[in-house]
Ligand binder design. Sequence first.
Ligand code: ADP
Length: 217
Amino acid sequence: MKVVITIELTNRQELILKIVKDEGPITGEQIAERLNLTRATLRPDLAILTMSGFLDARPRVGYYYTGKKGNQLISETLNKILVKDYKAVPVVIKEEASVYDAIVMMFLEDVGTLAVIKNKGILAGIVSRKDLLKAAIGKQNLQEIPISIIMTRMPNIITCQLDDPLVNVANKLIHYQIDSIPVVRPFDGLDGLEVVGRITKTTITKAFVELVNEKDI
Ligand code: ADP
C-alpha cells in the first residue's frame, strides 16, 4: 500500500539537512559553525531530524544523511507495526448456537462480527450483522436456525497472523470490503486454525491515532 504523508520541516531544519547532505558526516559543532549558531540552539533540531530518520548520528563520526524520503520512512515505520501489537480479543460463538444466540452475543459483546468455532476452538466461519439481519427477514424461528447455516464458512475466510504488518490487514479490510479479520495460528497437532484475536476497522483507527501521539517515531 502506498502511504504518502509529508513531514514538515522548518527552514532551519531544511538548512541542516542540506549541510549534512553536502558535507556529512559532520559534527554538531561544525553544523553550528556553518549556521553561526551555538550547538545548544541546534540540539532540538538535530533531535527531530534524527528521531524522524532523516539523519543518523554515530559517536566520533557525526551526523550523516540516511538518504530516505519522508514517505519511505513512514512506510518503514508502519511496516514495523504488527498485528500482535494491536489485536483485540477474539469474540467467538459455537457453530451449534442459534441465530438468536448470535444476535444476543453481538449486543452483549458490543461487536459487529463473531468468529464461529467448532470443537477445540477451530475456526469454522464468520457471522456479521448483515448475515443476521438477512436471516431475520424470513418468518423462521431464529432460535431454531443454527448459525452454521448462515455463516460465511471456511475456507472462504480472510484471516491474518500475529506477525503480519497491521497495514497489510488494513489493505485486506478495504480490498475485501469487510469490517473484521480474525487473527489465527495453526493448531498444534490438528488440522485447522485457532482463533487468537481479531483486527477490525476500530483497531486500525486506534493504531493510527496512537502512531501520531507517539513521540519517538
Ligand atoms: P456487515 O455485514 O455488518 O456489513 P461485513 O462487511 O464485515 O459486515 O460482512 C460482509 C459479508 O462478508 C458477510 O457475509 C460476512 O459473513 C462476510 N465476512 C466478514 N468478515 C469476513 C472475513 N474475515 N472473511 C470472509 N468473509 C467475511
